[in-house]
Design a binder for this molecule. Structure first.
Ligand SMILES: [Zn+2]
Length: 363
């Protein structure tokens, strides 16, 4: 399987060519542009686990982790697991967005804000399948940007989790309590390997989001977010951590881990938007007809699909004598590295061959 960031529908079709008697695959329906949306059913246990990924087409890491997880499930050693659980898996809910490498579907809708209106075919299919299955657990698999840290004192949020709220008061409903215990269990299984890299998402209630809707309907729901790990722009490290998290979850649901209380869940540091990709220091900036000497320049990489690959373009984010953000990478320039000040405009892509030369390894 690919180790690259781009995961279009063709790569899913390649995976689906693997014939296995234990995988029951069917087409649930079609996207706005008429691409098939597949669902896989594996196992025959009473406990039904419904999971879906790539609702946002450019969030490919959790899809790849699911495709790592499936062969693990099918290992003959795991037959007890498949007698306990039935997995209903939609590995790519938004194939049009996956193809175009966009968050949105082909109608430019964010499918995770369409849970009340259900205006899009993809949202309708997800909801119909949820209503039909009546799952015991729902796993909502996403990817998050590089801007998140795992708490004020943490590193990059390589993994984040959420038990979505079921109401504006954010009450701990029975379904949330179950999800919180499972998340705390996952956290305790992996934290030694990723001590500063696991965060907890903000639980403000938004009924337009699918997770909140399912949580409100009484299903223990877990949001997974695959995030950044240092130097890992293809997200192979976080892919592996998502796989580990899925295994830890199964182990927990099989009753092999202890149950945790809500306090254990709240001990997980809350995600904070405090990172940029790169801070370049000792740089002169021109901004609104003024020159600012010896500044720090924050750069955020913009992901764009080019020639069938995701490329990372440096976009100007912020500058100051002393930036408050943390960066995944710091570069201190030699004096007068650029012959003239860099002209700053928010979100402008920096096109400069001398800038490109700063990277021995490009992201
Ligand atoms: Zn997402």
């Amino acid at each position: 399987m690919t180790s690259k960031r781009y995961f279009p529908p063709e790569l899913l079709y390649d995976f689906l060519k693997i014939k296995n008697d234990q995988i029951n695959s069917k087409i649930l329906g079609y996207s706005v542009n008429g691409l098939p949306i597949y669902k896989l059913r594996i196992g025959n246990g009473k406990q039904k686990i419904f999971m879906w990924s790539q609702m946002h087409g450019n969030e490919t890491t959790t899809t790849k982790a699911i495709l790592d997880f499936i062969p693990w499930l099918l290992d003959p050693l795991r037959s007890d697991t498949l007698n306990l659980f039935t997995f209903h898996i939609i590995p790519q809910l938004n194939p049009d967005g996956a193809k175009a490498y966009t968050r949105f579907n082909a109608d430019q809708f964010d499918l995770n804000r369409d849970s009340i209106k259900l205006s899009q075919p993809e949202s309708k299919l997800l909801r119909m399948e949820y209503d039909r299955i009546k799952p015991h657990y729902a796993l909502n698999l996403h990817g998050q940007r590089t801007i998140y840290g795992a708490g004020v004192n943490g590193g990059p949020a390589t993994l984040s989790f959420l038990s979505p709220s079921a109401n504006p008061e954010r009450s701990i409903t029975p379904a949330r309590r179950i999800a919180m215990s499972a998340i705390a269990s996952i956290y305790n299984s992996i934290r030694d390997e990723l001590p500063l890299g696991i965060g907890r998402y903000d639980d403000t209630f938004n009924p337009n989001c699918v997770g909140d809707t399912f949580s409100k309907a009484g299903t223990p729901t877990i949001l997974f977010e695959a995030g950044h790990y240092p130097e890992d722009y293809q997200r192979e490290v976080s892919r592996n951590f998502v796989f580990k998290a899925l295994k830890a979850l199964i182990n927990h649901l099989e009753g092999n881990n202890k149950t945790y209380d809500t306090a254990d869940y709240y001990k997980i540091p809350e995600n904070i938007n405090n990172y940029v990709d790169l801070i370049v220091s000792n740089i002169d900036i021109s901004f609104k007809d003024e020159i600012f000497k010896n500044q720090q320049l924050a750069i955020q990489f913009e992901e764009t699909l080019k020639g069938g690959e995701v490329v990372f373009l440096p976009s100007l984010n912020d500058f100051s004598i002393n930036l408050s953000q943390k960066a995944h990478r710091y570069i201190k320039l030699p004096d007068n590295y650029f012959n003239k000040p860099i002209s700053f405009k928010q979100d402008k892509i920096l096109k400069n061959s001398k800038f490109d030369k700063l990277f021995s390894v490009k992201p």
